[in-house]
Design a protein around this ligand. Sequence first.
Ligand SMILES: *Cc1c(COP(=O)(O)O)cnc(C)c1O
Length: 378
Amino acid sequence: MDSKIYLSSPHMGGAEQNYVNEAFDTNWVAPLGPNVDGFEKSLESYLGNGNHVAALSSGTAAIHLALILLGVEKGDEVICQSMTFSASANPIVYLGATPIFVDSEPDTWNICPNYLEEAIKDRSSKGKKPKAIIAVHLYGMPYKVDAIKKISEKYEIPIVEDSAEALGSTYKGQKCGTFGDISILSFNGNKIITTSGGGALVSRYLKHKEKAIFLATQARDAAPHYQHSEIGYNYRLSNISAGIGRGQMEVLDSHVGLRRKMNEFYKVIFKNVTGVNVFSEPNSNYFSNHWLSCILVDSSECGFSSEDIRMAMGENNIECRPLWKPMHLQPIFERAPYYGGKTAESLFNIGLCLPSGSNLTDEEKVKINDVLIPFIDK
Ligand SMILES: *Cc1c(COP(=O)(O)O)cnc(C)c1O
């Protein structure tokens, strides 16, 4: 059998190993060193706008530290986009705070400004103003940045921008990862670039970077002995992983181009199929890295379901997956308050993620095409 075609697999550019070898040659095999500094600099110049970057062990760690920096404590409430990966919400619970989930809007599939405002008003009227808003750029598609920012400013609640899936995306020409009061990135194995595992915290304030690094390296006070006035974490990125990241930065833009080509590939395939919509930018303000290409399948119009496609692809060793299951529908978050209707739920019911890697070969695309054609010809 042919090798499996994945949704999104690591795609090395070539220079990664040089940086990793350099780390071995100089014995910088530690959670600090020249690659960590170099990777942070490279991300800082890529993101621009005077942003500061702290390289961390994961995107989840970055969200955890972001919430700590914003003062989230036990008993607080934090608003979070419901439709997302659980890692967006879990750090709220690590801190003993309560997640308040908010529905998506249909244009970008991300947090709905109207329900967000409703949630803020209602929680505040119950005596608890939310401490932060976690907004996510799902599948690389920027959320409604201006509308969300306006609400954040009106109610003076800071935004944690979860840009784990959106490095290389832009909104009105500005890079995702620069819109939050604090932003986070992920370099997990399935993301647009990878360090095998890793993440970053991004902020315009140098003091955020410094505090994040302090907390990520066990919160050691300035003393020759080990002294601690705060609880610390072991969240720094290793110099080996950061070496992979430096190499990946050299190919980031070309990989964004290739992911966007995969999106075009699916648009061509489904062009004349009523009932199938390939997820695309609502207008020219939005530029998605198309980390994953996704479709919505209305079976009443096209006669087949997203599950039919997923099964057929699976039989051919091609990975597809339903969209993120909204957090308010997850057993673990059953009791968490939710504001919204059925937008996220219906996206989950009819959506599907398709193989989207920047490393898919022409033969693999032919194979994907051949499985999809019988559906299209129906
Ligand atoms: C991957 C991801 C994360 C978590 O990042 P890790 O580096 O895997 O911890 C958080 N949020 C979203 C939306 C993600 O896709």
